[in-house]
Design a protein around this ligand. Structure first.
Ligand code: ADP
Length: 500
């Protein structure tokens, strides 16, 4: 099978979140199962700083963005590391050679509708030129959401796509690419296409809704989240559109790249360890973090780690008051935090770190190596998300023997099993759920975890051993995607006849 992935992020070329981990890994795993895969993404500035060889090509094209605006682009080429997966970059410096991917400190870039409409149209121009047959076009998140509709609008425009199935994967329902109707002409289509069956959502141009409504199949990144987004609570207004797709909305849990996230071989952590010597390993990594950040040097104090975007989604409204309480009451805990985003949350974290420098360390910024060190040195990883499509940090935590404390939502509920007498007895427990969604509820869940660590040593050791042994590699998820690609292609070809 031949699959083209359209995305704005893929490790190691561009990353702001989990989308990059998925699109940097899934194509490699699918290719390893004997299929031909390619990735198409924008040539953001970060692409040239990834330390990978980028080749130029002689493929160029021009997209008429408006009657008076013909925008040229050319293709650059590289590969996903350790694979034969080609990565094609749409090089258009005016749109993509910017410091960030989607916006700066003053908010989203004002021309995002134009930038990503161009990306969608340029990706189709690229597909026509890269000399690869295509069975599946796999779109990811709103930035590539127009593609299934553009293919439907001009079914004969690209012979390579005849009979190809389109798949739309939602990595986060809250980010939809919703713009004023005046942006619609960037699609290059006649206004007659601006209707509620595809591009239009309550008078606006909504990229994600377009993808959902017009793709042959829609997936999201965990089965629980697939159910949740069909409800008004988590559907962010698009639950009706999703419900109308019926069984063509499914969830496949993300895997993790176990070559990068492997405590036994991780070169980013001071003391590598495996399930046979995790106690020594974690103690060494904790000590190194304490020294690095000026935290009190103590083997016994529990270290609570947090890595993630400083966004409301991640439950900082629960976390900050709990840290505050622990500092105020002088509780014997340490907090090691890495994140960037919301300035208000950054300031609160910095204030807490300044107030209790031996108990709280907050590093503001994006630092992949530090994320690894935090996973390796912490005892608990706290992730009380309001919603979580899949979540990767809890999976990294499990693998590094760092027990996750999570809310039972989306992928967190699908990947972490709460600890209680029953799950301890049947040996399935791997973490702790926050039952009462409040700072008090989070504190109680942390309290349950620490009780087990300090008062039920054997149970704690079993819990860590089980967490580390859980298999969250991509193998299973990649086979599920393949099955889906297969079904989608058969359905499509049954309907349209591939040869025709
Ligand atoms: P989301 O995609 O909602 O941000 P995920 O848990 O799915 O959340 O994925 C987040 C990814 O980004 C993980 O690989 C995580 O380690 C990484 N990450 C997030 N913030 C930072 C940061 N400040 N520094 C380093 N890595 C980060």
């Amino acid at each position: 099978m031949n699959i083209v992935y359209l995305t704005t992020e893929a490790v190691p070329f561009a990353k702001t979140g989990g989308l990059a981990d998925v699109c940097g890994t899934l194509p490699r795993e699918v290719a390893a199962l004997g299929h031909r895969c390619a990735v198409i993404m924008p040539a953001f500035r970060s692409v040239f700083r990834a330390g990978m060889e980028i080749e130029s090509t002689d493929i160029s094209f021009a997209i008429p963005m408006s009657p008076k605006k013909l925008i040229g682009g050319r293709l650059l080429k590289s590969r996903l590391p350790d694979s034969n997966v080609s990565v094609w970059f749409i090089d258009q410096p005016q749109y993509f050679d910017r410091e960030s991917l989607y916006g700066d400190s003053s908010g989203d870039y004002p021309d995002n509708a134009e930038r990503f409409a161009f990306f969608c149209r340029a990706a189709l121009a690229a597909i026509a030129r890269i000399d690869m047959p295509v069975d599946v076009v796999h779109c990811n998140d709103w930035q590539s959401g127009l593609v299934p509709a553009l293919i439907r609008a001009a079914p004969d425009a690209n012979p390579q796509l005849k009979g190809a199935a389109t798949l739309m994967t939602i990595h986060n329902m809250a980010y939809q690419g919703n713009f004023a109707a005046g942006s619609f002409p960037w699609t290059g289509l006649d206004w007659s296409f601006f209707n509620h069956e595809s591009f239009e959502f309550y008078g606006q141009l909504n990229f994600l809704k377009t993808g959902i409504a017009t793709a042959d199949h829609v997936t999201t990144v965990s089965p629980r989240y697939a159910m949740e987004i069909c409800t008004p609570q988590h559907g962010c207004g698009l639950n009706g559109v999703l419900e109308s797709k019926g069984s063509r909305v499914t969830g496949i849990t993300n895997g993790i790249d176990t070559t990068i996230w492997n405590p036994a071989t991780d070169v980013k952590i001071p003391v590598p360890f495996d399930p046979s010597n995790w106690q020594l390993g974690k103690a060494g990594n904790k000590q190194a973090l304490q020294a690095e950040f000026g935290l009190e040097s103590s083997a016994d104090v529990p270290m609570i780690g947090l890595v993630g975007r400083l966004a409301d989604q991640k439950g900082w409204d629960l976390i900050l008051p709990v840290i505050e309480t622990h500092v105020r009451e002088g509780r014997p805990t340490q907090w090691m935090i890495l994140g960037s985003g919301d300035k208000r949350i950054e300031q609160d974290l910095q204030r807490l770190a300044a107030e209790a420098p031996q108990q709280v360390a907050a590093h503001i910024g994006f630092d992949d190596a530090l994320a690894h060190r935090i996973e390796a040195g912490s005892d608990l990883f706290v992730m009380p998300s309001h919603y979580e499509p899949c979540g990767l940090n809890q999976l990294y935590s499990l693998r590094y023997g760092t027990i996750p404390v999570v809310t039972a939502t989306g992928g967190l509920a699908d990947t972490v099993v709460d600890t209680n007498p029953e799950t301890l007895a049947n040996q399935t427990a791997t973490g702790f759920y926050v039952y009462d969604f409040s700072p008090r509820g989070l504190d109680q869940a942390i309290g349950r975890a620490l009780h087990l660590r300090y008062h039920e040593k054997k149970n704690w050791e079993n819990l860590v051993g089980r967490a580390m042994a859980a298999d969250w590699s991509w193998r299973k998820s990649a086979s599920q995607y393949l099955e889906l690609y297969d079904n989608a292609v058969s359905l499509k070809q049954g309907k349209h006849g591939r040869a025709g």
